[in-house]
Design a protein around this ligand. Structure first.
Ligand SMILES: O=C(O)CCC(=O)C(=O)O
Length: 272
């Protein structure tokens, strides 16, 4: 389903910029089927009978222009599971982060319809203070040709070298999706350079857990869909007490008397 490996030049690029984009990642024969699965998921049609952990948009309940997000769709749909649990993703992200292996901490399915609203600039690692080490890397796979017109993902170049900030309270549909980024830049005397992701359907971008990123309005008449795998080191553990960010949702998968991230809830993707 995915063919890829990271070469030394790409690793340097990632270390320099805090992200890396590759035009060809998912085999194109799967793209239409993945789009169909996304439509079914948002209708509440779950192949496995298991509801995803988070589901922010339902037809006739929520505004049409909200960017739709489901978290942990892998539990509900087997094709999404095949994609986000791919060992190729695990191997790529481990190489980028210098880890001995990787596990999936959470997936996202994102669907930004025409006129779909922005997602606030943030750092992914800010949401996982409930694990040790508090780090992350994200593999963002686009199912549509994507560019600034249809509200593509954007990165603040080199921001993986900045400190960790608090998670944004206002993730979905903020009035100004760059406000918190600009506040951070001004207060910390940083230089801001933004890079939009321009990739074809089937392409990928990887970003470091500290890299500031967000996305603007979809001004086109085309849908913009992505499937995302957020990964942590294979040997990451539950923090004994912290419960910020997404902790209230995911700490419930902590087993009694153990701080291990159990494979049944946080699948191991790849290990050296
Ligand atoms: O696709 C987007 O607009 C945002 C995605 C995102 O925040 C992420 O993948 O970490």
């Amino acid at each position: 389903m995915i063919q890829a490996s990271i070469n030394e030049e790409q690793l340097k690029d990632f270390n320099r910029s805090g992200f890396l984009t590759i035009d060809k990642f998912i085999d194109l024969q799967y793209i239409d089927d993945l789009k169909n699965r996304i439509a079914l998921l948002f209708k509440g049609d779950f192949e496995t009978g298991v509801e995803p952990d988070e589901w922010n948009w339902k037809k006739d309940r929520d505004p049409d222009d909200l960017t739709r997000q489901i978290c942990n769709a892998w539990k509900s749909d087997l094709l999404i599971k095949q994609l986000v649990c791919s060992p190729v993703i695990g191997e790529c992200v481990s190489k980028l982060m210098g880890w001995s292996g990787a596990r999936l901490i959470q997936d996202n399915v994102l669907w930004k319809p025409p006129q779909g609203k922005p997602l606030n600039y943030h750092q992914d690692a800010a949401y996982d203070d409930w694990i040790i080490p508090q780090t992350m890397v994200t593999c963002w796979m686009s199912l549509d040709d994507t560019n600034i017109d249809n509200g593509t993902l954007e990165f603040a170049i080199g921001s993986h070298k900045w400190d960790l900030s608090q998670p944004s309270e206002n993730f979905h549909a903020p009035n100004n999706y760059k406000k918190e980024l600009h506040n951070y830049v001004n207060q910390n005397d940083k230089t801001l350079q933004i890079a939009p992701v321009n990739i074809p359907a089937g392409g990928v971008s990887f970003h470091h857990g500290l890299t500031w990123h967000g996305s603007g309005v979809n001004k086109s008449n085309r849908d913009r869909r992505a499937v995302v795998a957020h990964c942590v080191p294979n040997n990451a553990k539950f923090h004994p007490t912290n419960c910020g960010g997404t902790g209230p949702i995911y700490r419930k998968y902590k087993l009694n008397e153990s701080d291990e991230l159990d494979d049944n809830f946080f699948p191991l993707l790849w290990k050296k």
